[in-house]
Write a protein that binds this ligand. Structure first.
Ligand code: ZN
Length: 239
């Protein structure tokens, strides 16, 4: 008899947990732990995608990341991809781009180069992501304490790094009238150059890609910038 009541109690507890879970699932924002479909991609506006990245970053910061079945998603995504955005990021290992926005397989294209600047290959990748594959947003994501930005400030020279840093130099030169220590030892100056570098990348994307500029002018996509702070996990979107 005692065992019977234990069983009843146990089943009751299970029932309560299931009910609590269901309530939780209904009260919270719906979690999309599956791959985006073409229909869902088409229905999104550039502004909505921008908002999704912001709320995803808030979940990342609060430690409430969406749980994903990656092996199932790999199989689900194998037939095609309909990502909502393309992010141009630095190669820095402390910037896990998908995680930062609580996104997973099939959600975003990610282009990476030290110092997150655009060039012909990156522009071609962006045109592919948007014009061909339907992504609605281009995000240039710089970050604080960027080694490439610091190296450009210090005019570092080594192998192919020298030529690569030339792409970041315009941001350093744009701040030549900065009052204060213009070296990589000054975190405020490094921050200013990183932000300028993002803004110049956005300007150059518009100037060097008539396709992307045209899509933006027609409201089909948005091109925006942001800086990631690895101390807090926050993404600060630039106006
Ligand atoms: Zn970097």
């Amino acid at each position: 008899m005692q065992r019977y009541w234990n069983l009843v109690g146990f089943l009751g507890l299970v029932g309560l947990l299931v009910a609590a879970n269901a309530t939780l699932a209904h009260s919270e924002e719906p979690r999309v732990a599956r791959v985006l479909t073409q229909h869902e991609q088409e229905a999104l506006t550039p502004e909505e995608v921008s908002q999704l990245l912001r709320t995803g970053n808030q979940r990342f910061m609060s430690g409430t990341l969406t749980s994903r079945d990656h092996s199932a998603q790999v199989r689900e995504a194998a037939g095609g991809q309909f990502p909502k955005a393309i992010v141009l990021s630095c190669v820095d290992s402390r910037v896990p781009v998908e995680d930062v926005f609580d996104l997973g397989i099939g959600d975003i294209f990610v282009a990476r180069v030290a110092g997150n600047f655009e060039n012909t290959d990156i522009l071609g990748s962006m045109e592919f992501a948007t014009k061909i594959s339907g992504a609605k947003l281009i995000l240039v994501l710089g970050h604080e304490d960027c080694g490439a930005v610091k190296a450009a400030i210090d005019q570092a020279q080594l192998g192919n790094i020298t030529a690569m840093l030339e792409n970041i130099k315009p941001a350093v030169e744009a701040l030549s009238s900065y009052k204060g220590d213009q070296t990589s030892a000054n975190p405020e100056f490094v921050h200013r150059v990183a932000e300028k570098n993002v803004r110049l990348s956005i300007r150059d994307i518009r100037e060097r890609s008539p396709i992307l500029k045209g899509m933006e002018d027609e409201g089909q996509i948005k091109i925006i910038g942001a800086l990631y702070d690895m101390n807090s996990g926050a993404v600060e979107f630039l106006d």
